[in-house]
Design a protein around this ligand. Structure first.
Ligand code: BT5
Length: 273
C-alpha cells in the first residue's frame, strides 16, 4: 500500500491540528473530522443531521468518489489536491426560515474573504455559489447547501494545488494555477472555517437580517454577476435574459428586463451566463 506521505506536494490534513485551532470554549465548531475517502461529505453530514447531531460538525474528505454539485452535477477533485468538506449548522429559531436562503451567499462570502486574505488573489463570487479567480474569472470553488431536518449542510469544494491537466473543465482553475501566495490546505481550511463561523454567528445574532449583518452589501460588492447582462436558464426549460441589478431580500438574483424586475432563487436556476 502506498504511504500517505509519498506525495510531498500534497501532505495529508491532520484533524487534531485543525481541531486544536478551531474548537474550544464558545467556538461554533465542536467536532472536526478528516476521512481519507468517502462518497460525499454532504451526504455524510446530512445523515448526521438526521440523527440529531448538533451544529458544529465539520467533515473533511481527502478524496470524494461521488461529490455532488447542484441538479445531479458532480464535483471532481484528485485526492488532497483541494479542500472538500461539509459543515453542519442549525440556525434554529434565531433565524426565520425565509432567511435561510442567505446561507449559501453567506458561506460564499466567507470563502471569498478567507481566500483573498490568505492567498492574495483577485476573486469574485458568481451568484449564487461559485468562487471565480484570475483574469478569465474561472471557477476555483463551488458551494452546495442542503437544508433538511432543521439543519443546514454547507458543502464547499475548493481547488488548491490542482494542475491544469487535473481540472475537469476549461472553465475551472485552482489557487496554484493562479499563482496564489498560499497553497497549503491547513491554513486555508482553518481560515475558511474561522471566517464562516464568525460571519454565521454575527448573521444569526441579528436574526438573519441581510442588511444589519452587512451580508447583502458585502456580497454585492464582490459579486461578479450583479451589473452584468445575464441569461438565466430555468429547470423547466426557458430562459430569462436581462440585467442583473441586485440581490433581493431572500438572496435571489434580481433581473431587469423589458417586463420589469424579476427575482430568481438559486433553486430555480440551472445556470447563469
Ligand atoms: C457546485 O455545483 O459548484 C457545488 C460543488 C460543491 C462541492 C462540495 S465538495 C464537499 C461537498 N460534498 C459534496 O458532495 N459536494 C460539496 P454546480 O454549480 O452544480 O457545479 C458543478 C459543475 O462544476 C460541474 O458540472 C462541472 O462543470 C464543474 N466542476 C466540477 N468539479 C469542478 C472542480 N473541481 N473545479 C471547478 N469546476 C468543477
Amino acid at each position: 500500500m502506498p504511504s500517505r506521505w509519498t506525495d510531498l506536494d500534497r501532505p495529508p490534513l491532520s484533524a487534531r491540528a485543525l481541531a486544536a485551532g478551531l474548537t474550544g470554549d464558545g467556538a461554533l465548531w465542536r467536532d472536526v473530522r478528516v476521512v481519507e475517502r468517502t462518497g460525499s461529505t454532504n451526504d455524510d453530514v446530512a445523515a448526521a443531521a438526521r440523527e440529531g447531531v448538533p451544529e458544529g460538525l465539520v467533515l473533511v474528505a481527502e478524496s470524494q468518489v461521488s461529490g455532488h454539485g447542484r441538479l445531479g452535477r458532480s464535483w471532481v477533485s484528485p485526492p488532497r489536491a483541494g479542500l472538500t468538506f461539509s459543515a453542519l449548522l442549525r440556525p434554529g429559531d434565531a433565524v426565520p426560515p425565509s432567511r435561510w436562503s442567505w446561507l449559501p451567499l453567506l458561506a460564499g462570502l466567507a470563502l471569498h474573504r478567507a481566500v483573498v486574505r490568505l492567498a492574495a488573489v483577485d476573486a469574485w463570487l458568481k451568484w449564487p455559489n461559485d468562487l471565480l479567480l484570475g483574469a478569465d474569472r474561472r471557477k476555483a470553488a463551488g458551494l452546495l447547501l442542503r437544508a433538511d431536518a432543521g439543519a443546514a449542510v454547507v458543502g464547499i469544494g475548493l481547488n488548491v494545488s490542482t494542475s491544469p491537466a487535473e481540472l475537469p473543465t476549461p472553465a475551472a482553475t485552482s489557487l496554484a494555477v493562479e499563482g496564489a501566495d498560499c497553497t497549503d490546505r491547513d491554513p486555508l481550511l482553518r481560515g475558511v472555517l474561522r471566517q464562516l463561523g464568525e460571519d454565521y454567528l454575527s448573521w444569526r445574532s441579528v436574526g438573519g437580517d441581510p442588511d444589519a449583518s452587512g451580508l447583502r452589501a458585502g456580497y454585492t460588492a464582490v459579486c461578479d454577476t450583479v451589473g452584468r447582462q445575464v441569461r438565466v436558464a430555468l429547470p423547466r426549460g426557458g430562459e430569462l435574459a436581462g440585467l442583473a441589478v441586485g440581490v433581493d431580500d431572500d438572496g435571489g438574483l434580481l433581473v431587469r428586463d423589458a417586463a420589469g424586475e424579476r427575482s430568481v432563487t438559486a433553486g430555480d436556476v440551472v445556470s447563469v451566463r
